[in-house]
Design a protein around this ligand. Sequence first.
Ligand code: ATP
Ligand code: LTN
Length: 333
Amino acid sequence: MEKKIETKKIIFSGIQPSGNLNIGNYIGAISQWVNMQEKYNCIFSVVDYHAITVKQNPEELRRHILEITKIYLAAGIDPEKSIIFQQSAIPAHTELAWVLNCYGARIADLNKMTQFKDKSGKNQESASVGLYDYPVLMAADILLYNTEIVPVGEDQKQHVELARDIAKRFNNEYGDIFVIPQAVIRKDGARIMSLLDASKKMSKSDSNQNNCIALLDDIEVARKKIMRAVTDSGTDIEYDMENKPALSNLLTIYAILGNREIPRLVKDYRGKGYGDFKKDLADVVVKFLTNFQDKYNKISDADAQKVLEAGKKRAEAIAAKKLTEVRQAIGIG
Ligand code: ATP
Ligand code: LTN
């Protein structure tokens, strides 16, 4: 009997070096990636061309690119198993984005993107074209690698759906060139909210850094941020997203970083107040950060550079093949 060769599915995801990574990025994205490495062929990028859709300071950008790479490694992404690379090191990403701008993406699609509306605010007319076109570059990232699964936080679901639409439209016209990708979003922790305003996503580029716990925050600063986090009115520790969104967010963080179940936590805190709860949560966060930072501090910038260089070589070979197919299909290759 003919033996069927099982090939592993391909995973692609990335994070922008646009600030200090926080526990929202860790919970929503990176923690999922670590668990996927055994089962899938994983590719993780530091998406620097996405970061420049908002103005970056050159020195800080350079530092954040290495910092994110080290964070990937400290979190448990294994460069022997997974490919880790810098997006801008592979020109195929921007080249494919251009082709998709012409053959796939439509103004009507981009006008629906909520991230663009949020980030451009009231000043849409003066927003950069790059910020508007951001989802097309993201589609190129995904489609270059025959990606089947894209593990992201909730806020990126719409962008992955657009990548699917673009791929289908292109395939209809030019044949089966792209694999149709799918977003995978974790059930709890898909959207960690700001510590200061539970109606807003915890975000690394928020102007008030007290909104989040950065993975590299000073331990005592992180403890203070938790103690100052807003809570809802009332006194009981309950999980109720509608009426107690701030507390529910803190419970989610506690459960994930402390490896506990939310219903169990609620039971344990019956009869206790917000003060006790926050003190224990601060201990959980501090323990998590201490452990994480111990690993991070053992990785040098030179280690990170080497990982990026090796990752570039491996990713480049896959990307070049797909770009050649695309160029041939459209009549320029
Ligand atoms: P920025 O504020 O610069 O736009 P960000 O903090 O939103 O950045 P991204 O680089 O856009 O971070 O996101 C990286 C990954 O982290 C994505 O998969 C995104 O969905 C996920 N993510 C970001 N913020 C959160 C959050 N608050 N909760 C869960 N996942 C998140
Ligand atoms: N837009 C994503 C980052 C990103 C990405 C990707 C995620 C760029 N390219 C490809 C998954 C797959 C964000 O998190 N802001």
